[in-house]
Design a protein around this ligand. Structure first.
Ligand code: ADP
Ligand code: MG
Length: 386
């Protein structure tokens, strides 16, 4: 038995975005001190943590300062250099491990991990040379060319309708190592979040139904309406199998596609809490961020229970930019007058289109009711109906 790290100790996080901020909130609620490493002086997590180390992720002094303060360290940001986790891992407990993050950071390694676990993924080809580009199988088109690393919110992707568009698409991605994926006919998108601790205990949240717009998550609904039990169990079993196989420690999310023929295909995975799990703060008895704290601290994992059906709306920068000449503050007052609305804003000082500024979770006695209220909130905020 490894001794758990108990409240009172300091927990650290690499990356200061909104996921780090919600980790910090969960850790603080449980009585931990917190430290964040992020170069941005106004990072959402840095603003709320006890300590903020403001250096680049690979800065030796920064990492040394973080290690000196913290009993254990996690990450909130998929693209944190795995090297930083490796450096820390030599001296402090780190979850997830550099090895696990390395797999999730690379689409080819990620797909190989799915295959190892017998989980189907989209037909694809690796594109790293002109020869590979020239010999693309016509069956993969139309397709999506995705950079193997550093993509998020649909960035680093190009649609390719036909063979003669491949060259321009790859050039638009600076000829970075890519995968070309067949464009699949999606009935819907799901995700499953699991948490696993070093003792091998593994728990999961209910299956989430996700709507993406322009490659960015827009809406999450739980329970997943219209998705059969068998498919849900299949998605949960796949996510748990992947986590167990990697001996993963921490919270991770697997994104799935349900195809028109009803089959389940894994899309990608994230080695951290996930945007589609933000509803767990308000709708579950244990949130994904509390489970991140527990996995990091070596505490027992409670199987989380959904106590209220929920619909989450992402609040993108676009909401602030709709009517520049008038008052651009979204209609919070009207939205908060609706029952069961929980507003989360991340404290980002500058607004950009497509930037995740916050989210709104609506909880209700039934998912239909949560949905009806979320639609009212969406109308007030200028979010397209779903
Ligand atoms: P990101 O890292 O930006 O989240 P994803 O690979 O998850 O990248 O792609 C973003 C979204 O684009 C997906 O959620 C899905 O809506 C759509 N998409 C991605 N790959 C495919 C595919 N092979 N077929 C159809 N749609 C896809
Ligand atoms: Mg994705």
């Amino acid at each position: 038995m490894i001794e758990p790290i108990l409240p009172g100790a300091t927990l650290g996080v690499l990356g200061g975005g909104q996921l780090g901020r919600m980790f910090v909130h969960a850790a603080q609620r449980m009585g931990y001190e917190t430290a964040v490493l992020d170069p941005d002086p106004a990072s959402p997590a840095g603003l709320v943590a006890h300590h903020h180390v403001r250096t680049p992720y690979l800065d030796e002094q920064g990492l040394a300062q973080l290690m000196q303060r913290c009993a254990a360290i996690t990450t909130e940001f998929e693209n944190v250099p795995a090297a930083a986790l490796r450096t820390i891992g030599a001296q402090r407990p780190v979850a997830p491990s550099a090895d696990a993050v390395t797999i999730c950071q690379h689409r080819v390694a990620e797909k190989a991990q799915f295959a190892r676990c017998g989980v189907p993924c989209a037909p694809h080809a690796v594109i790293e040379t002109l020869e590979q580009l020239a010999s693309v199988d016509a069956k993969l088109l139309p397709g999506l060319l995705k950079t193997s690393r550093l993509g998020y919110d649909g960035k680093g992707q190009q649609r390719v309708a036909a063979h003669d568009e491949l060259d321009a698409a790859w050039s638009a991605l600076d000829r970075a190592p890519c995968v070309l994926e067949k464009l699949l006919p999606l009935k819907c998108e799901l995700s499953v979040i699991v948490a696993r601790n070093a003792a091998g205990e593994c728990v999961h949240f209910p299956v989430q139904l996700n709507l993406h717009r322009g490659g960015i998550l827009a809406v999450t609904e739980v329970p997943a309406r219209g998705v059969g039990d068998k498919l849900q169990q299949q998605a949960i079993a796949a996510a748990e199998h992947i986590a167990q196989d990697m001996r993963y420690v921490g919270v991770m999310c697997v994104e799935f596609f349900v195809l028109d023929d009803g089959s389940l295909v894994a899309n990608e995975m994230a080695p951290r809490p996930h945007n589609s799990g933000h509803y767990t703060i308000d709708a579950c008895d244990v949130s994904q961020f509390e489970l991140q704290v527990r996995t990091l601290a070596g505490l027992p994992l409670a199987a989380p229970r959904l106590h209220s059906p929920a619909v989450m709306l992402n609040l993108l920068g676009d909401l602030w930019l709709r009517k520049p000449a008038l008052d651009s503050t979204p209609a919070w007052r009207e939205v908060l007058a609706l029952p069961g609305t929980h507003l989360h804003l991340y404290g980002k000082p500058s607004v950009r289109r497509g930037r995740k500024m916050g989210h709104l979770t609506v909880t209700a006695a039934t998912v239909e009711h949560a949905r009806a209220i979320a639609l009212e909130a969406a109308a007030l905020l200028g979010i397209e109906a779903f």
